[in-house]
Design a protein around this ligand. Structure first.
Ligand SMILES: [Zn+2]
Length: 206
């Protein structure tokens, strides 16, 4: 669990449809709070000193031997090193299968071009840090509060998030990280219950 007494370094609201990026040092913590409920945050994370090392959903699932990751589980990098540990989780349903919505996806599935999407949001959030679009991979995107159900017949169903107003997931950084988060702007599917809203980020030092 997160230590009880910690200093708030900064706090930031990501408005609906928007994005944010921030750096965090090893040993620090950050919360992602769903302000109104049923809002997904697409999160990518890089080793702040070596951008080739980044979050890997595939390795996170394999290293934890499960795909529903929650309190006590760690997210791993593409070098199979611990990157973030989930220290608090009031929802316990997130998607670690990777992926983010994009203009191509919105066109393929909904016939929509030129609308907000997580790929563009993440690209814009990380551009100031020198991250190029080619460095963003589906495998490095952990979908906070996203509710994907794997059925026993092999089908996969995207349902509305279970998060309610004030629900929170809290991470401890196991290395110096650069984090990008897109407040998923998808309004055409149950992903955000057809109504994108805001997220709040809080960064702490213990
Ligand atoms: Zn999205």
């Amino acid at each position: 669990m997160r230590p009880g007494k910690v200093d708030l370094l900064f706090e930031k609201v990501i408005p609906a449809y928007a994005y944010a990026a921030f750096e965090i040092s090893r040993g620090d913590y950050f919360d992602v709070v769903d302000e109104e409920g049923k809002q997904v945050g697409d999160m990518v994370c890089f080793n702040r000193h070596e951008y080739e090392e980044k979050l890997s959903c595939a390795y996170s699932n394999v290293m934890n031997k499960k795909w529903l990751l929650t309190e006590g589980d760690s997210l791993y990098t593409n070098s199979a090193r611990k990157m973030l540990t989930i220290v608090e989780d009031t929802v316990k349903v997130h998607y670690s299968g990777g992926g983010f919505c994009s203009d191509e996806y919105n066109y393929a599935v909904f016939g929509a071009r030129g609308t907000r999407n997580c790929f563009d949001n993440l690209k814009l959030s990380l551009e100031p840090y020198g991250i190029t679009p080619g460095q963003l991979s589906h495998d490095s995107c952990f979908n906070i509060f996203m509710n994907v159900v794997y059925e026993s017949d092999g089908s996969l169903i995207l349902r509305e998030p279970l998060s309610r107003s004030g629900d929170c997931i809290s991470f401890r950084a196991e290395m110096d990280c650069l984090v990008g988060i897109s407040c998923c702007p998808q309004h055409r599917s149950p992903c955000n219950a057809f109504n994108p809203t805001s997220l709040r980020i809080k960064v702490y030092r213990s």
